[in-house]
Design a protein around this ligand. Structure first.
Ligand SMILES: [Zn+2]
Length: 350
């Protein structure tokens, strides 16, 4: 039997006012050297300052760097900063982009990193996978999971509501991602992990059951989203790839990113993709649509800020985005006529 190695976060702390706990985490991880704090440049500054102050109370030196975008240049800049500061730990305080940059740069420099998300817009907050923008759109790269994660609900609840909605879209995506994985296993003999598949699916079911709590914007609802996203991260750590969390709906979302960059958030695109891919799988796509509608997530091309044709075009090229990832779209993809029918039947276009 082949060896399957699993790398998981060691400490996960979710709750109100948890940022000062970074001190305890560093003590328990026996961190003695300098720390590099990677933060976003806007509203994440305040929590980043709080984290910095807490670490300095331990007598550790904190170096800082702000990142603007999830580009290869930003990864390079953070790598340089790790090298010149000699930091033995990277702590990332910010949204998905900031965390992805820190994840990639720390992995390349062989230094662990701690994730301190200020929003819950996608499952990258806890996963070993990072997405980075290249000339040809964004690509997902296997890096490393955070060694610890501190999710402060007081901060995340204040992030723009659209981010939480995006998080919901990225979670319902697991309904089709897991189906695609099963298909690849049965048709291609691809490795399939029952446990990680169940964990990803459970997150989607959890969010479906609690969608009214999320819709009301209550702390308890935000917590469900955060915990479901963390669970998805664990599913990827256990599977050793993004397979349980990223299928045909993600290929569609990436195709949109390639053709119409900047339109809608990752999870918003994945949510709409899930409605359509669920139809192709013969599953309950109306339920997916209903869950998304309940939180005010986009369910149509128009709500994504797209022309109908742009959405249909993305459907037809989705299978080319990552050819090695077998999904319901198969090797040949979907014809323009079938794509239009699919979008129309599911009400994504008029
Ligand atoms: Zn995603």
């Amino acid at each position: 039997m082949s060896i399957h190695a699993i790398n998981l976060p060691r400490f996960v702390i979710v709750g109100s006012n948890v940022l000062p706990k970074v001190k305890e985490v560093l003590i328990r991880l026996s961190v003695k050297g300098d720390v590099l704090l990677v933060s976003g440049e806007t509203y994440t500054k305040e929590p980043a300052e709080l984290v910095k102050d807490s670490i300095e109370e331990l007598g550790l030196t904190v170096h800082t760097i702000g990142v603007k975008d999830a580009s290869e240049a930003s990864v390079g800049a953070v790598e340089c900063r790790i090298e010149e500061s000699g930091a033995s730990m990277v702590i990332s305080v910010g949204g998905g982009k900031t965390i992805d940059i820190a994840k990639l740069a720390s992995n390349k420099q062989n230094v662990p990193f701690i994730s301190v998300p200020t929003s819950a817009a996608h499952d990258g907050i806890s996963s070993p996978v990072a997405s980075v923008k290249t000339k040809n759109g964004s690509t997902s790269i296997m890096a490393q999971p955070p060694i610890a994660l501190l999710a402060d609900t007081d901060i995340i609840v204040k992030s723009p509501r659209r981010y939480i909605i995006s998080g919901v879209g990225d979670i319902v995506a697991k309904y089709t991602a897991v189906r695609d994985w099963g298909l690849a296993h049965r048709l291609r003999g691809e490795y399939y992990g029952e446990y990680s598949a169940s964990l990803a699916l459970m997150s989607a079911e959890l969010i479906t059951e609690n969608i009214d709590l999320v819709a009301r914007g209550l702390d308890a609802g935000i917590r469900v989203v955060i915990e479901a996203l963390i669970s998805c991260g664990y599913a990827m750590c256990i599977a050793g790839s993004s397979r349980p969390c990223s299928g045909s709906e993600h290929l569609f979302a990436h195709a949109l990113d390639k053709n119409c960059a900047g339109k809608a958030l990752h999870g918003e695109r994945c949510g709409v993709g899930t409605i359509m891919m669920m139809y192709l799988h013969g599953g309950d796509w109306k339920n997916v649509k209903n869950v998304l509608s309940r939180v005010g997530a986009p369910t149509t091309a128009k709500q994504l800020g797209l022309k109908d044709q742009q959405l249909v075009d993305a459907l037809t090229i989705a299978h080319t985005i990552r050819p090695e990832r077998y999904t319901i779209l198969g090797e040949k993809g979907i014809t323009p006529e079938a794509a239009e029918d699919l979008a129309r039947i599911t009400g994504v276009i008029d």
